[in-house]
Ligand binder design. Structure first.
Ligand code: PLP
Length: 401
């Protein structure tokens, strides 16, 4: 179908270079010596409509800091999706808490909100949905269950820059919301992260924790809690401020291309673009996700479909594998720390409960295109659909070959 590459990422403009050199020459590279991190926090919180923003070193540390601010620790259970990047789970394990997996809604690829309440126990301390692909988890249901059980909600919005639920920006509906600005993300400073909240108490605890447990004012050498150094540098913040000027326009291009592409892919029997919940008023499209049903492709396995797409010049991947089955989980629970905190019976019961059949199936059917492909032209979208149609028409031959 094509040999031309899709748009590369990041896009680098003159303003990026200028600001980078400005920070370099000023020589104030640490956020508390400079002004850029503060400026970015102000710009990002205003853009999203949250009272407070704290910039962090990366998305993982934003989540880690948030869990600390919520006081999540050993003995606590945190409800998490299995269909996410591993960091969503790792931060729970870093607190020596138990990540309790809530199965996935295969139509949307999001945590199945209808199954959240059944997963709550007296030990549940937090609900941690991830807005995967930049689409939204069902926040109406999740927030209602959280309120009923008086549980905090931490939104993993690491893929959801400018995504919305009922016209409010993702990350601002829960108690805390986190972003990543890692190199692949729609807003990118190589590494970077941010925490959004409307709670002064929570943002103060986050700031203190991410600054080695210092009390405020920051200049004092009074340490009021345990902490870590998870601060963003001025270089990261300056780059983000410049990239921010282009985010809205890029997001619109992604949305338009995704809508156009979905219209075409839906017409191909066996391909099902991820559905959005009715409350999702804007999808950030960090990923373009759809399900592949091989029975409509003469039994051609997904791996062969992916290969054929690549051969047509359309790079795509099979997406996440089932995280709840990855060895890191069992290995961590086998550690001395976990054995000290949790009775053996509880850990055994946990492993017994740890099944997500809908997610297992989704992981075999999912196909992803990346956000940069959605920055291409309409003609490029036509070629993606055309490649899929071509493979379908030749599927029986491919199966035999
Ligand atoms: C990228 C990502 C993270 C982690 O962010 P880093 O900046 O890479 O640490 C966490 N959760 C999700 C869903 C992500 O996509």
């Amino acid at each position: 179908m094509r040999t031309a590459p899709f748009p590369s990422w990041p896009l680098i403009r003159e303003n990026d270079e200028k600001t980078w050199m400005e920070v370099l020459r000023k020589g104030r590279w640490n956020r508390y010596g400079g002004t850029y991190a503060r400026q970015f926090e102000k710009a990002w919180s205003e853009m999203l409509g949250a009272k407070y923003c704290l910039a962090t070193a990366n998305g993982t540390s934003a989540l880690f800091t948030s869990l600390n601010a919520l006081g999540i620790g050993p003995g606590d259970e945190v409800l998490v999706p299995p269909y996410t990047f591993v960091a969503t789970i790792n931060v729970v394990l870093l607190q020596h808490a138990l990540p309790v997996f809530v199965d996935t809604d295969p139509e949307t690829f999001q945590m199945d909100a209808r199954k959240v309440e059944a997963a709550i126990t007296p030990r549940t301390a937090c609900i941690l949905p991830a807005h995967i692909g930049g689409s939204a988890a069902d926040l109406d249901t999740i927030l209602a269950v959280a309120q009923k059980h008086k549980l905090p909600v931490l939104e993993d919005a690491c893929q959801a820059h400018l995504g919305e639920w009922r016209h409010r920006k993702l990350s601002t509906l829960g108690d805390l919301g986190c972003f990543s600005f890692q190199a692949s993300k729609n807003l990118n400073s190589g590494e970077g992260g941010a925490i959004l909240t409307n709670s002064q108490e929570l943002v103060e605890r986050c700031e203190s924790f991410h600054n080695n447990g210092r009390g405020t004012p920051k200049s004092s050498f009074s340490y009021v809690r345990n902490g870590c150094n998870l601060r963003m540098t001025e270089f990261q913040a300056a780059l983000l401020l410049e990239q921010l000027t282009r985010l809205e326009a890029q997001s619109r291009v992604r949305e338009q291309n995704a809508a156009y592409l979905s219209g075409m892919l839906r017409e191909i029997p066996g391909l099902a673009p991820a559905r959005m919940y009715e409350g999702c008023t804007r999808n950030a499209y960090h990923l373009y996700m759809f399900r592949y049903d091989k029975t409509r492709f003469a039994g051609l396995p997904r791996s062969r479909f992916l290969q054929a797409m690549k051969a047509e010049g359309i790079p795509c991947s099979g997406g996440y594998s089932p995280l709840n089955k990855e060895p890191f989980l069992k290995n961590t629970l086998d550690s001395r720390a976990y054995k000290t905190v949790y009775p053996a019976k509880q850990l055994a019961e946990y492993m017994e409960r740890n099944h997500c059949p809908a997610n297992d199936k989704l992981c075999e059917e999912g196909v992803w295109l990346t956000q940069t492909m959605l920055l291409a032209t309409r003609d490029d979208m036509d070629q993606i659909a055309e490649a899929a149609r071509k493979i379908q028409s030749q599927a029986a031959l491919l199966v035999k070959s």
